[in-house]
Design a protein around this ligand. Structure first.
Ligand SMILES: Nc1nc2c(c(=O)[nH]1)N[C@H]1C(S)=C(S)[C@@H](COP(=O)(O)OP(=O)(O)OC[C@H]3O[C@@H](n4cnc5c(=O)[nH]c(N)nc54)[C@H](O)[C@@H]3O)O[C@H]1N2
Ligand SMILES: Nc1nc2c(c(=O)[nH]1)N[C@H]1C(S)=C(S)[C@@H](COP(=O)(O)OP(=O)(O)OC[C@H]3O[C@@H](n4cnc5c(=O)[nH]c(N)nc54)[C@H](O)[C@@H]3O)O[C@H]1N2
Ligand SMILES: [Mo]
Length: 757
């Protein structure tokens, strides 16, 4: 638990500004890296330096200023930390003892230093040589009856070079089982957008923010999770661009913000409101809101006003009539009831949208993590199509990705449902027959573990057991395996909930230099707006006994596939050779990769809709229909509340930096529930009461989390919020979007039980 006393109070200061500067200094101090960390921060996101290991927001193309934010600094400080997890540490603590510790405590122990193997006799991790570790993995993988009994997870911090080789290795090994953090994140974007606009990516570049005439920010908390985006929003606001924020929580940075890069504003303690319109949406109300806006457009069009971009629709799209029929079938009273937004405000937002000749809609997990998340994202694509908001400056769809290279990993082959054309290409380039059937996404991989068919789990980064739904079942699933491997920078729960054999393989981190026999190497990543840039670490590695992810992947491949047709040894030292292969497999995107990456700011991957080219089967953009107004099936229980599991300001996914959530006024506590005071009173509960939550599910499994403190917060009626990953035990495994496999972590049906424990 946290050291200090829990406090809940309103945060009245603007987001950003001096609060952010102070928090940056504090975390460098806490990790004892004030000098080293500050120096490294000067190289972060600069040409010749390394890419921020935190979020996937792109850098400005001009390099005149520092390009890091408070939360990037936290990520760096925790990576560059002076603390170390050594063999003595593991000798001191058994795995069962470590299981009793919090995620925060585990994180604070520092960087892993050498490979470790689980010893069942003593219940301790003990040192193992790299050679023995690879031999153990090889012997397990070679012994499986079928390659489909292994699950190969990737987390989105993995750079392109390692992810590409991993995808080739796993396919040569014989399976497409690629559970990926993206499956829990922007998969609705990757699966929902292709039928609509032909690509599963955003169509906006950073420069578009300077030309937009309206920006919508839906289901996203940029002040915490993509703080560098605040600079774009701040400048857009300054030049009078309307910004509409759609969120059940009045996130502080969307309300009032001080730009830390603005010297005058900092010096005068000034700040600016960011959102000109705050849409206080019910959890799951976004479909109704978008349909309401589209209804206004079709109504006015029917009344003879030219609201739609008719020429664009005629030339580029199919299906507008069906969309119009669906939209006009929605009744205003229901739209208002489901969204929680008045007709007047919806009309006002529609007016902003109609007047703007170039609109960007950004969105995050608030839209994707619903049971119909993929179809909801398609409605965002629809409304943009109605006004031709593609292929022109200042316009487009902008999913804001999570991990710094989650989009890149997908581009270079981490995909459980690969296309046949791509598999043909792999076969041509590497000469082996890749498996043709679909593999497992994250949920399916857990189902295979629970069914006893999966035997081996390898995690290239990440913290699988903490990130996935249904924590209790997830732990059982993991413990049933023959071998679990965690390839990681830091100790986490995933290493403690392990299979019969288990390995921890420590890696060189993003901010650290990669030296090989061929000299210093760099890696590449693709940000949320499809820019590919080089990342060169500047710090010394945390321990001599770490290996780069590329080498680890190659050595696993060599151990598992002695008769491989791929020259794994040749890729360990020279990363240009890997990039040449990426260029061969993806000639349209990556031709001349090794040359083009030499440009100081890298290059932009082609995004066809920017050129008004639609890579769909019919060569057009297609309007998509989702009947009704709900993004989650209804639950027939009057006591039901919808729970959204969100991030605090002081965490990176499962990594907990502290127990504070400054912008929401919560200190020294993460076991909180943000509740509407009337919902609380209707249950006869006092503010600050301790309660338990129970999931409402029909599968007969009891899911309960206790000891939660009710904090009054401006939530819409019926909507609750609390923190991920602590509340993951409440999220049923099969509560996910069937199109994409993405868990509906933003909409868990729960009831409050007025009892602690
Ligand atoms: N510092 C930091 N940066 C990060 C991360 C981190 O943990 N810490 N994680 C990274 C990753 S992997 C990702 S995917 C991104 C996540 O970045 P976000 O998408 O911003 O993540 P969340 O905190 O999950 O919250 C999303 C927002 O959705 C809102 N919301 C909840 N339900 C609904 C709904 O039904 N409708 C609408 N409109 N809004 C809703 C919540 O109030 C919250 O403001 O950030 C990345 N960057
Ligand atoms: N309830 C709920 N569940 C969610 C979400 C939610 O909003 N609500 N969000 C989902 C989302 S969007 C995501 S992306 C997933 C995140 O799922 P993951 O990506 O699996 O989780 P992380 O917490 O980002 O992983 C952290 C670990 O990665 C390792 N690591 C850090 N840097 C490196 C590196 O450079 N190399 C290697 N090899 N390892 C490294 C460290 O050991 C660290 O402990 O969680 C999902 N789960
Ligand atoms: Mo994510």
């Amino acid at each position: 638990m946290a050291d200090g006393k829990a406090r809940y109070q309103t945060y009245n200061a603007p987001a950003g500004g001096w609060g952010a500067a102070a928090a940056t200094a504090k975390v460098l101090l806490e990790q004892s890296v004030v000098t080293k960390g500050s120096r490294a921060l000067l190289s972060m996101n600069q040409p010749g330096g390394f890419k921020c290991p935190s979020c996937a927001f792109p850098d400005a193309t001009c390099t005149k200023k520092l390009e890091f934010c408070e939360n990037g600094a936290k990520a760096l400080a925790h990576e560059a930390t002076k603390f170390r997890v050594t063999r003595d540490f593991f000798a001191q603590h058994s795995v069962s003892e470590l299981m009793e510790q919090s995620d925060y405590w585990l994180e604070m122990q520092g960087r892993l230093t050498e490979p470790m193997r689980y010893d069942a006799a003593s219940d301790h991790y003990v040192p193992v040589s790299w050679d023995d570790a690879f031999a153990l993995i090889g012997s397990h993988l070679r012994a499986l009856e079928s390659p489909h009994q292994a699950e190969f997870y990737t987390s989105g911090r993995t750079p392109n070079e390692a992810a590409f080789l991993y995808s080739i290795f796993v396919r040569e090994y014989g399976t497409n089982n690629f559970p990926d953090c993206s499956n829990m994140c922007h998969e609705p974007t990757s699966r929902g957008l292709p039928p609509a606009i032909g690509v599963g990516k955003g169509t906006v570049i950073l420069d578009d923010f300077d030309h937009a005439e309206a920006i919508f920010v839906m289901g996203q908390n940029p002040g915490t999770n993509a703080p560098r985006m605040m600079t774009q929003l701040f400048h857009a606001h300054k030049r009078g661009c309307p910004i509409v924020a759609v969120n059940p929580m009045p996130e502080r940075a969307l309300m009032r913000y001080t730009e830390p890069q603005d010297v005058v504003q900092m010096a005068t303690f000034g700040s600016a409101p960011i959102a000109s319109e705050f849409v206080h949406i019910r959890i799951g109300g976004d479909l109704a809101f978008l349909k309401g806006m589209m209804r206004v457009m079709f109504e006015r069009e029917a009344a003879g006003e030219a609201v739609l971009d008719r020429a664009f629709i005629a030339e580029h799209t199919v299906g507008v009539e069906a969309l119009r029929d669906d939209i006009l079938a929605q009744d205003w009273a229901e739209i208002v009831a489901v969204s929680g937004i008045s007709e007047e405000q919806i009309r006002r937002c529609a007016e902003i949208y109609i007047r703007s000749k170039a609109t960007i809609i950004c969105y995050g997990m608030g839209l994707t993590q619903h049971q119909f998340g993929s179809q909801l994202v398609q409605q965002v694509a629809n409304i943009l199509l109605l006004k031709g908001n593609y292929g022109r400056p200042g316009a487009g769809i902008s999913p804001i990705r999570g991990h710094s290279n989650v989009q890149g990993d997908r581009t270079v082959g981490i995909d459980e449902k690969p296309t046949q054309a791509y598999l043909d290409q792999v076969q041509r380039v590497f000469g082996f027959d890749p498996p043709r059937e679909n593999g497992h996404h994250t949920i399916e991989s857990v189902e295979a573990m629970l069914a006893g068919t999966a035997k081996v789990f390898i995690g290239l980064g990440g913290n699988f057991v903490r990130a996935i739904p249904d924590t209790t079942r997830a732990y059982d699933a993991m413990c049933s395996l023959d071998l679990t491997v965690g390839i990681a920078t830091k100790l986490n729960r995933g290493h403690l909930v392990h299979g019969k054999d288990a390995l921890i393989l420590p890696v060189v981190a993003r901010s650290e230099r990669i030296e090989t026999a061929a000299g210093e190497q760099f890696v590449t990543i693709e940000d949320s707006m499809s820019n590919v840039t080089a990342s060169r670490g500047v710090l010394d590695r945390a321990s001599d006994d770490l290996k780069p992810e590329v080498e680890i992947v190659c050595r696993i491949a060599m151990a598992a596939l002695p008769a491989s047709r791929v020259d794994w040894a040749g890729y360990i030292d020279d990363y240009d050779r890997i990039r040449d292969k990426i260029a061969e497999v993806y000639p349209a995107l990556y031709s001349d990769f090794s040359e083009r990456i030499k440009a100081p700011m890298g290059f932009h991957l082609d995004v066809a809709p920017r050129r008004l080219v639609w890579l769909t089967p019919n060569g057009k953009a297609n309007f998509q229909i989702l009947p009704g107004l709900l993004v989650d099936p209804p639950v027939d229980d009057p006591a039901m509340l919808r729970l959204s599991t969100i991030r605090s300001h002081d965490q990176f996914n499962t990594t907990i930096y502290s127990y504070n959530d400054r912008y929401r006024g919560v200190y020294n506590d993460r076991m909180v529930l943000f509740v509407n005071a009337e919902d609380r009173e209707a249950r006869g509960l006092a503010a600050g009461a301790k309660v338990a939550l129970e999931t409402i599910a029909a599968d007969g499994i009891d899911r309960r989390v206790g000891d939660l403190t009710l904090v009054d917060y401006p939530m819409p009626r019926g909507s609750l919020a609390g923190y991920y990953p602590e509340l993951n035990p409440l999220l049923p495994l099969d509560h996910y979007d069937r199109v994409s496999g993405c868990p509906a972590a933003k909409s868990i049906p729960v009831r409050i039980v007025a009892a602690a424990g």
